[in-house]
Design a protein around this ligand. Structure first.
Ligand code: ZN
Length: 204
């Protein structure tokens, strides 16, 4: 963790952390006239490059929202599943929103913008989340479980909301600076599993 904190400070000074004003400002919607234009593509490229580099340096991080690194438009970069990825494989979603949800469950979450914080959040179990591609075409994520959590976490960022603000009261845990972050995160997630009964509510 100490290494992670030092790594963030050295390589990613543009990354805003919890409490920063910019994180609490929602992203502005991409306007019709911006789609396909070089300024939007440049912003998207900056976000993708950030995610690729962050993953390369830290071995964690699968998605990032634009306002986490000071980009104003509503953009979210999502990496494919797996250990490593190239910039070409990262999807950028514009104007992401939640259209439909089913059920709910407890999600154990941390954030690139956290320092050592980890929290439990109630998330929808299944989601449909429409977005627009960089050239303005309509598209949508249809996700379930962890994959749905990730989309909801990033969507909240675009509204200026962090998982810390969405946390179940009393669920905040601080990871130790001298431990391996992934091991600790797994342990905290197991603790949440014992503490909170997942409520999977599927409407008939
Ligand atoms: Zn986050």
């Amino acid at each position: 963790m100490a290494e992670l904190a030092a790594c963030k400070a050295e390589y990613f000074p543009q990354l805003l952390t919890f409490g920063a004003e910019g994180l609490q400002q929602g992203c502005r919607l991409v306007e019709d006239r911006e789609f396909g234009k070089s300024s939007l593509l440049r912003a998207a490229g900056t976000l993708v490059d950030f995610l690729v580099e962050y993953r390369r340096h830290t071995n964690i991080g699968t998605a990032v929202a634009a306002n986490q690194i000071g980009i104003e438009q509503s953009l979210v970069a999502i990496a494919p599943p797996g250990d490593s990825f190239e910039a070409e494989a990262v999807l950028v979603a514009c104007n992401l929103r939640l259209a439909d949800t089913r059920g709910s469950h407890i999600s154990a979450e941390s954030c690139m913008s956290s320092k050592t914080e980890m929290v439990a959040v109630v998330r929808a179990h299944e989601i449909i989340a429409p977005y627009q591609t960089l050239d303005g075409q309509p598209a949508a994520f249809e996700e379930i479980g962890r994959a749905a959590d990730r989309i909801q976490h990033e969507f909240a960022h675009t509204l200026g909301i962090t998982c810390l603000q969405e946390a179940i009261p009393g669920s905040l845990r601080l990871l130790a600076l001298d431990g391996d972050p992934l091991t600790q995160m797994t342990q905290v997630a197991e603790e949440y599993d014992r503490l909170y009964t997942p409520q999977l509510i599927t409407p008939s």
